[in-house]
Design a protein around this ligand. Structure first.
Ligand code: ADP
Length: 535
């Protein structure tokens, strides 16, 4: 701090910028960073696996989220430490690339950081640790490839895919109905997948939810849903082979503009005007019928008289449909949005195999299902559940299941879960460590220990003794030379994950190891932290 005077002689204080900042250097910086990363990983550790705990998160505006999805927990946590943010980013990348394994990746990174801390204390340079980790991750990724298996499925044999999605769902809150939800997810993915090109466009799957009903009422709709109902209660509730006119123009007689003046001074004049209006609308209805429309979907509303007439002329209609939904309907049904009534032609009509109105329970809520659309394979997963939180969590779980099915279609290699793949990698990495003469050897061994933390967390979360369980499984793997032994979280009676049908995609597991290593390397290479001192 220094005192100075301006040109009028008034004193002012100069604060050097450095004074306001705290600075950590060298080993202190690394240690501070590691403990920040570890703190985040510790939070997620208890959420891992089928017996993992859920977290409740409240946003500043009071919204409550209950979840055990790693990416969502971190997303909603308000962290302001830079390193903690890196961990959040890590989980997000796993979610973005793979869609599943978001908790596992953070637990793995946390374990790597913990091991690195010990090595730092023993005086090993962070760069050597980073290099050792890099080598070890390469060994682990190769080993995963080695123990992976091809996984056969086809459009007629979807059971294996369903099983994999069930593994993903078994650790979620919705696991009570995992078979039902897994089947829905697989069918949804298969209906938008191109099995030849091994490509899946997840954008074609819409996931919608409505509060009410039971989770098992969740259904797959081969088409789209619109949160609207027929404009008149007596209109048909079901239209087969619908030809749909999609209108963004008003579906009613033109209203006189404010500037115009209409003098109606006799009853006759009024009658004429009324008849004219009626005829005008009648002509509009006729025009729709002439082009062959059996359903009108309209962006605007129409009054009760028009509504009655539509019902009378047997032309079902839906009013007040939003622009976005209108566009969706047009894309799905292969129709064109008609902005001017005169432009309505038969080619512009959208087509759908079935349009039906569905009502829910005792509520007045109704929805329109537009199914078996002409042009598109778009499908909707329609979730029911007791409350909003449940629906939101189901949406997230289904997202994970959809991603797993998509990953398998892209690449059908799998590794077994329940920590078995990690244990097997740990054995392989440990064995490889001896071949390296340098200091990296220690880091490689530490990497092997870090891999063990995933099965340990699974065991711990299931109420088992972590160290005893892990060592028993590990020695069993070595004895039988079988990489399928993992942690029997659900107490099924066997720890052969192959028998339990617990598996994950190879690319997902490889990505977890690669991403976790990358972030830890990045954290280890930081040796100077400059931050504002009030932090
Ligand atoms: P993530 O967000 O990382 O997917 P989860 O909480 O879904 O985290 O837990 C996934 C872990 O739980 C994986 O290691 C998986 O192999 C394991 N797992 C899932 N189901 C079972 C099961 N029935 N028995 C043992 N382990 C399981």
């Amino acid at each position: 701090m220094a005192l100075a005077f301006d040109e009028y002689g008034r004193p002012f204080i100069i604060l050097k910028e450095q004074d306001q900042k705290t600075r950590l250097r060298g080993i202190d910086a690394q240690k501070a960073n590691i403990s920040a990363g570890k703190a985040v990983a510790r939070i997620l550790r208890t959420s891992l696996g089928p017996k993992g705990m859920d977290k409740i998160l409240q946003s500043p505006d009071g919204d409550v989220t209950i979840t055990n999805d790693g990416a969502t927990i971190l997303e909603q946590m308000d962290v302001d430490n830079q390193i903690a943010k890196l961990m959040v980013e890590l989980s997000r990348s796993q979610d973005y690339e793979i869609g599943d394994g978001t908790t596992g990746v953070v637990v793995m990174a946390g374990a790597l950081l913990e091991q690195a801390e010990r090595l730092l204390e023993r005086g090993i340079h962070p760069i050597r640790i980073a290099e050792g980790y890099e080598m070890a991750s390469r060994i682990a990724v190769e080993h995963l490839e080695h123990i992976s298996q091809k996984f056969d499925f086809g459009a007629s044999n979807i059971e294996p895919l369903v099983q994999t999605c069930m593994t993903t769902l078994s650790s979620k809150i919705v696991n009570r109905r995992k078979r039902h939800l897994a089947e829905i997810s697989v069918k949804a993915v298969l209906s938008v997948a191109d099995l030849e090109r091994k490509d899946v466009n997840l954008d074609m799957i819409k996931v919608e939810g409505k509060v009410g009903g039971k989770l098992e009422d969740t259904e797959l709709i081969y088409g789209i849903t619109v949160d609207k109902d027929m404009s008149h209660p007596q209109m048909p509730k079901q239209i087969e082979d619908a030809k749909i006119a999609i209108l963004t123009c008003p579906f009613e007689p033109p209203k006189p503009k404010t500037k115009h003046k209409v003098d109606i001074d006799t009853v006759e004049k009024f009658q004429t005007l009324r008849l004219q209006e009626q005829k005008y609308f009648d002509d509009m209805v006729q025009k729709c019928k002439d082009v062959g429309a059996t359903l009108v979907i309209c962006q605007w509303g129409f009054d009760d008289e028009a509504n009655h007439l539509l019902m009378h002329r047997n032309l079902p209609a839906v009013r007040w449909v939003g622009g976005v939904e209108l566009e969706l309907i047009a894309i799905a049904t292969g129709g064109r949005i008609v902005p001017r009534f005169q432009e309505l032609t038969p080619e512009k009509l959208g087509r759908a195999g079935l349009v039906r109105e569905k009502s829910f329970g005792t509520t007045k809520d109704k929805m329109l299902y537009i199914e078996h659309c002409a042009n598109s394979r778009a499908v909707t997963i329609f979730i029911r559940g007791g409350n909003k939180m449940m629906i939101e969590e189901t949406k997230r779980s289904i997202h994970d299941a959809l991603c797993v099915a998509r990953n398998l279609i892209r690449n059908n290699s799998i590794v077994y879960g329940g920590g078995s793949a990690e244990i097997s990698c740990s054995i392989a990495v440990e064995a490889a460590a001896d071949k390296y003469p340098g200091v990296e050897q220690y880091a490689i061994r530490a990497f092997a220990d870090a891999l063990d933390s995933v099965p340990m967390a699974l065991a711990e979360n299931s109420g088992l003794q972590p160290i005893e369980t892990l060592s028993a499984v590990k020695s069993q793997q070595i004895k039988d030379n079988n990489p399928h032994y993992g942690i029997d979280c659900n107490d099924v009676g066997t720890n052969d994950m192959r028998e339990q049908d617990v598996f994950e995609t190879l690319i997902g597991k490889q990505q977890q190891i690669l991403l976790a290593t990358q972030v830890v390397k990045m954290i280890l290479k930081i040796d100077d932290v400059i931050s504002p001192s009030d932090y």
